[in-house]
Design a protein around this ligand. Sequence first.
Ligand SMILES: [Zn+2]
Length: 95
Amino acid sequence: MRLPCPYCGERDISEFVYRGDATVKRPDADDPDAARAFHEFVHLRTNPAGWHFEHWYHESGCRAWIVVERNTLTHAVRGAVAASAFRRKVGEVGA
Ligand SMILES: [Zn+2]
């Protein structure tokens, strides 16, 4: 599989490290219910079948965090953007 890094162009997946779902928001540590929220954030994830936004780190390239839209059933990739641009676009999710 190849991923389209917005800075380097299309590269082999072996250059990247997968982080996970780009649509979940990290809980606020100051929230009184933070322990439950972090448990859900870390351990209770969905397993989507179909199109999904994922965080990837281009470790062997530009070392940038990117968000890739990938189909989990077919591994087809629609595109990728810088993670910071994705957060601005969808309202700070995945921070
Ligand atoms: Zn890159």
